[in-house]
Design a protein around this ligand. Structure first.
Ligand code: ZN
Ligand code: ZN
Length: 241
């Protein structure tokens, strides 16, 4: 079935970057966007410890914003790091424990920790080190947001969602930075401590080939303060069916 009002819907295009994970054969550079492996951590910095269980957390991923071709701005910062406690496994940053989310500003002069500093928890399913290939595309909102253009015909809604699936490379939950989120569950409202509503930054699906599991296989959503008002002005939610 044809999708009504496609020209109007196209006006909602937003730049986005699909994230394709490639398991690394060799350890990747510490300054690149990646999952697992050794993070960017300065010589004088400590490995983040969980506030809930006091154990070292797992480095999950980091993003160097320069790796995003059109650029995503976060104030004076150029780098985002995420550590997570796989034991406490919080479902949201509102739980205030079990994660460390940080914006930073990198410099080529930075002295990094030597490689042997890293904490690995062999008994846990930590993510396998993966490089990330970014594919820029024009994202569109989900059908729920476009109800006034799609009308009440279920066929139109279904056709549109099939189309969106193709736009996102096969799944509306595909891992990506930018664009519009696809919620598994209800849309959360995330507020920064400065009072502003946080903006959607990325959705990251569980990826089995990377040993990356959010809860029992959910989707992680990341948000940032539009003013990047402080280095921890980030939040997350995990949703699963
Ligand atoms: Zn913990
Ligand atoms: Zn803020």
């Amino acid at each position: 079935m044809a999708i009504p009002n496609m020209a109007t819907i196209r006006a909602y295009r937003r730049p986005a970057y699909r994230m394709i994970l490639r398991p690394a054969e060799m350890p990747l550079d510490r300054t690149v966007t990646k999952f697992g492996g050794l993070p960017y951590l300065l010589q004088h910095e400590r490995w983040p410890v969980c506030r809930g269980c006091q154990r070292p957390m797992t480095f999950m991923f980091q993003t160097h914003l320069r790796d995003l071709p059109g650029g995503v701005r976060m104030g004076r910062y150029d780098f985002l790091t995420f550590y997570y406690c796989l034991d406490c496994a919080p479902r949201s940053s509102l739980e205030q424990k079990g994660f460390h989310l940080e914006l930073r500003r990198t410099s080529p002069q930075d002295e990094l920790q030597p490689a042997h500093f890293a904490f690995r928890r062999e008994e846990l399913t930590e993510p396998r080190e993966c490089a990330v290939v970014f594919r820029p595309f024009d994202d569109l909102p989900t059908g729920e947001m476009l109800a006034s253009f799609l009308g009440t015909d279920e066929g139109a809604y279904d056709s549109y969602m099939k189309y969106l699936e193709q736009v996102r490379g096969g799944s509306i939950f595909a891992s990506k930075i930018g664009g519009y989120p696809s919620w598994v569950d209800a849309e959360p409202t995330m507020r920064c401590q400065c009072g502003l509503a946080m903006k959607f930054f990325a959705q990251i699906s569980s990826e089995e080939q990377a040993n990356l599991l959010w809860g029992a296989g959910g989707v992680l959503y990341l948000f940032h303060c539009p003013h990047a008002c402080n280095p921890n002005a980030l939040s997350f939610v995990i949703q699963s069916e």
